[in-house]
Write a protein that binds this ligand. Structure first.
Ligand SMILES: [Zn+2]
Length: 322
């Protein structure tokens, strides 16, 4: 722990690197330099301040990730750390609070140091789905009025389970619940999701620079890495662009989702349900679970933009191109 923050001021405005989380080396993990930042991590709130924060913006983020091999150059917590940092930044920018990251989900690569809680490609999740449902119910019972579940771990089945659960909980609870991987908010800056490759590594180089060591990589193919070569292509600058794109959209959503009326909620549910129905049904129970992802970079290119603009009808019609 950083010496500068021995006498910790609870909540309010604190120096970055203090409550926002210093990592093991004492360095600021939010890259915020000396800019004061608001505490948004739920677990650090006392009841009075929590109530005040909820009154101001009753949105809660739920980051999802897992423990999974991400190449010899990345730490095994990439998915979880990445999702959490993006949620924290979005909440600071747009409003809302961030629930502690849930580690564990559907699938994982066939490599060491990987925890698989529901088997890969299994859309019939036994663990993640009920856990998410109960989390959503508890969040609503506690006074939150919009939920953003952001998964940094994204096999096809994980994505389907998260989005489908969000759609059903939106219907059942009468509040907007968005369940999405972060990359789909950045398709228009050419990130279509990868595994420990250019995209994820760039994000980590920006969000947690101390955790990435590209010099550990030899020549491609790199073990357990899928996508553009991180060794030659990943950069903190690309990570910054991806982060800004994703965070700006999440921040708008965090601010606006709790204000949606039922008409807007129904339009949102309709487009999200259409998307996940396509993802779930395209393999017809037999083909590759990734069948509806083949054209995602072009068909859903503007998903993030449309979502932030509440242009749900455009999303719905884009789904036909998947
Ligand atoms: Zn990952």
């Amino acid at each position: 722990m950083n010496k500068k923050i021995k006498r910790r001021e609870f909540l309010g405005t604190v120096a970055a690197g203090a409550l926002l989380g210093a990592n093991a080396t004492g360095k600021d993990i939010n890259n915020a330099g000396s800019t004061p930042q608001r505490e948004v991590r739920l677990e650090y709130f006392r009841p009075k301040e929590l109530k005040e924060a909820q009154t101001k913006c009753p949105t809660i983020f739920q980051p999802l990730g897992t423990i999974e091999w991400h190449g010899v150059h990345n730490c095994v917590g990439v998915d979880s750390l990445k999702a959490h940092a993006l949620c924290v930044r979005a909440a600071q920018k747009g409003g809302g609070l961030v629930s502690p990251t849930l580690y564990g989900g559907v699938g994982g690569v066939d490599q060491p140091h990987t925890f698989v809680m529901d088997e890969e490609n299994n859309v019939f999740s036994k663990l993640l789905r009920p856990w998410l449902e109960q989390l959503c119910r508890e969040m609503v019972r506690d006074g939150f009025r919009a939920i953003i579940i952001l998964t940094g771990h994204y096999g096809a089945a994980q994505q389907i389970v998260v989005r489908e659960t969000a759609v059903r909980m939106s219907r059942a609870l009468g509040i907007p619940v968005l369940g999405t991987p972060e990359y789909i908010l950045a398709l228009d800056v050419d990130y279509t999701g990868d595994h420990a490759a250019w995209g994820e590594t760039s994000l980590m180089m920006h969000l947690y620079p101390d955790t990435v060591d590209l010099s550990r990589l030899g020549d491609p193919p790199h073990q357990g890495v899928g996508g553009r070569d991180p060794k030659t292509e990943a950069s903190a600058e690309d990570g910054r662009l991806l982060t800004e794109t994703i965070v700006s959209r999440l921040a708008i959503l965090a601010q606006k989702m709790p204000t949606w009326n039922y008409k807007t909620l129904d339009r949102f549910i309709d487009s999200e349900a259409t998307l996940v129905a396509k993802q779930l049904s395209a393999p017809r129970g037999k083909k590759n679970v990734w069948t509806a992802w083949r054209n995602i970079g072009s068909a859903l290119r503007n998903y993030g933009k449309y979502l932030a603009e509440e242009n749900f009808e455009q999303i719905k019609s884009s789904v036909g191109g998947l």
